[in-house]
Design a protein around this ligand. Structure first.
Ligand code: ZN
Length: 290
């Protein structure tokens, strides 16, 4: 009898020691390093998108930390058409076209190299020091609002949860080979940024103040009506602008403007004269990306 009681005592004793010890350990594991746990939440598990047809929230931005970014170099890539096109007699349009296959390879290269696509909102937060970045940022821009952005570029971006900016001349909306209003709205709702590219794609530097104002104001209003949200980013048509253009754009509420001037952007870049890198079908991104 005494022996049985003693065995029972030892069994209960062991359950108590290991059970309680295991509990304590798991408690400690959960609370020991709260910073690490919160970092995991920010970097590894971004909040799940609620609707299927939406770009997932960016894991790019993190609250400003002790790391300050003083010497960033951010590429803004400039695309026009994503299509198979190679005509030796038409160099201009050949150079403005990147095949869907090469575009796909370029996107995969960016992903594999640790780049994350951002928009101008995130860029402004980096400039103002409100946010730091976890990955290497890149901005993908597509000029002129070609319909092949919707048919050929967007599916590849969507598949990879990558962001892009489309600059659209408002007079081109719905024209043959250009995006329709419905497509623009759909893209915007998904998370593609819609930017302004004037009404009729003229050389603004040659226009009077009133013409320049009309070109930028009417296009902004027309695009905002389509997407139901503010249009705050501009691309100067043909890359042409002067000081008046910049002042008019600022007075109309544009927060950024991209040019066709070559270069990576840095803390000293002017937000109304942002440099870009033209991408052609044969561009090897590895050659110049930071
Ligand atoms: Zn253009």
């Amino acid at each position: 009898m005494a022996k049985r009681t003693s065995i029972l005592f030892w069994i209960l004793f062991l359950i108590f020691v290991f059970g309680f010890g295991g509990y304590s350990l798991s408690k400690i594991r959960n609370t020991k390093n709260p910073i690490r746990v919160s970092n995991e939440k920010v970097f590894i598990k971004p909040e799940e998108p609620k609707k299927e047809e939406k770009l997932a929230p960016s894991s790019f931005l993190i609250p400003k930390s002790d790391r300050t970014v003083k010497n960033f170099k951010i590429p803004i890539l400039m695309y026009h058409q994503i299509r198979d096109y190679n005509n030796p007699k038409d160099n201009i349009n050949t150079n403005l076209s990147v095949s869907p296959l090469n575009f796909k390879k370029q996107l995969d290269f960016l992903k594999a190299s640790g780049y994350e696509t951002i928009g101008f909102e995130e860029l402004l937060k980096i400039y103002s020091g409100e946010a730091d970045f976890a990955k290497k940022p890149v901005i993908l821009t597509f000029d002129d609002g070609y319909r092949n952005f919707y048919t050929d570029a967007f599916p590849l971006l969507k598949e990879r949860q990558m962001k892009g900016v489309v600059f659209i001349p408002s007079n081109f909306v719905g024209a043959l080979a250009y995006l329709t209003g419905e497509q623009i709205k759909f893209l915007s709702d998904w998370g593609i940024i819609i930017g302004d590219h004037s009404v009729s794609h003229i050389d603004l530097a040659k226009g009077s103040i009133s013409l320049q104002t009309e070109e930028l104001k009417s296009s902004k209003i027309a695009l905002e009506k389509i997407i139901g949200k503010p249009v705050l980013d501009l691309a100067y048509p043909l890359g042409k602008y002067n000081n008046q253009t910049i002042e008019i754009a600022k007075s109309l509420g544009f927060r950024t403007a991209v040019t066709t001037n070559y270069g990576l952007i840095s803390p000293s870049s002017n937000l109304m004269q942002l440099q870009r890198i033209r991408v052609t079908n044969n561009t090897n991104l590895a050659g110049f990306l930071p």
